[in-house]
Design a protein around this ligand. Structure first.
Ligand SMILES: [Zn+2]
Length: 345
């Protein structure tokens, strides 16, 4: 989305990306982005979940989106074309199975410098509206898609998402059945409560939540209730922490709140991490999701987050809170790898 819709060349330094946007006003985060490949490498982020995203909306929808599923599909095809171009350029490498996962881990762990290494990515689809039919799922699997979140915001073709609520439709159930056949990872992020519980009842395959926080800390339907978290823990899911300001603390008012006037800092994420780890009784089901590639920048991120590399400060935050070295390692990266080891075995 950053590359194709926001027109950002993520291979550039952050300062160059920001500079290029200094006269643009079309999006709230112009000149304020926090992600670039060099910053990811600086933050020792060797692997990420990379998304395809394109929503379909009906006439009079309050949320923006494409006017047909075919246009949404075309948008996701632009996004995969960019990822493939990044692979050609040696900037990224796609991870689709245990062989490519462990090859990549070995490459990063043994390298003297990570400055020029490709960033590994697991391809995910956020909101499945762009699938015109289930045939598109097969096409997508073949170009490397490994995770699907059926919903995003509002009413979706296959499932309702954040700020809406509807049980899973037959179309949604058919999508899950097809995902099961391919052993796709179900991304439970953004599913509305009814669709979440319907999906948990019927889905047999692996489930993760790429970017989601705890409702107990930030009361909003976007976050998970304790019951939902316990269900995910029971399924050995990993819940990826998100750094979108309004999700991290209660009472954020769009257009009024700022990281400065709310005092929001990275450390606030520890409230969500603590809560989930308390429910689990261990640190095995929390990871870093970030969400920092998603339509916001410094204006809507913790005040001490200048770039994605600052995620490394979580290590010190957790250590000061009494997390063991092993817990911290699990949360920072290992839980995701263990999840993939289980899911792709
Ligand atoms: Zn999202």
């Amino acid at each position: 989305m950053n590359a194709v819709e926001w027109n950002r060349d993520l291979t550039q330094d952050l300062s160059a990306i920001r500079d290029r946007e200094k006269n643009l006003t079309d999006k709230p985060d112009r000149g304020l982005g926090v992600v670039s490949f060099p910053e990811m490498r600086k933050g020792n982020i060797g692997m990420c979940v990379a998304t395809q995203i394109a929503r379909f909306v009906k006439p009079d929808s309050k949320i923006p989106g494409w006017h047909s599923q075919a246009q949404a599909w075309a948008q996701t095809q632009a996004q995969i074309a960019w990822y493939k171009a990044m692979e050609e350029a040696g900037e990224m490498v796609q991870i689709t199975n245990l062989t490519s996962l462990h090859q990549h881990l070995t490459l990063w762990r043994n390298a003297e410098s990570t400055e020029n290494l490709p960033i590994g990515y697991i391809l995910s689809l956020e909101g499945a509206d762009s699938f015109i039919s289930l045939k598109n799922l097969e096409i997508a699997y073949n170009y490397g898609l490994r995770a699907i979140g059926p919903a995003h915001y509002g009413p979706g073709v296959y499932a309702y998402g954040t700020d809406s609520d509807q049980p899973l439709s037959q179309k949604g159930k058919d999508l899950l059945a097809e995902m099961d056949r391919y052993n796709m990872i179900l991304d439970a992020t953004h599913l509305c409560d009814s669709a979440f519980w319907d999906a948990m009842e019927i889905y047999q395959g692996p489930v993760w939540a790429s970017h989601n926080l705890a409702r107990k800390v930030t009361p909003h339907n976007r976050q998970y209730s304790d019951e939902m978290i316990l269900e995910l823990i029971g399924r050995k899911a990993v819940i990826g922490m998100a750094f979108d300001a309004w999700m991290m603390i209660p009472g954020w008012v769009r257009g009024k709140s700022t990281p400065q006037n709310t005092g929001l800092v990275i450390e606030h994420i520890a409230e969500h991490i603590d809560h989930i780890c308390q429910l689990a009784g261990n640190a095995s089901y929390v990871g870093i999701g970030s969400d920092l590639d998603g339509a916001f920048g410094k204006e809507q991120a913790p005040g001490d987050m200048d770039s994605i590399a600052d995620l490394q400060s979580i290590t010190g935050i957790l250590s000061r809170r009494g997390y063991s070295e092993q817990d911290i390692e699990q949360i920072m990266w290992k839980n995701w790898v263990d999840f993939l080891d289980r899911s792709w075995a």
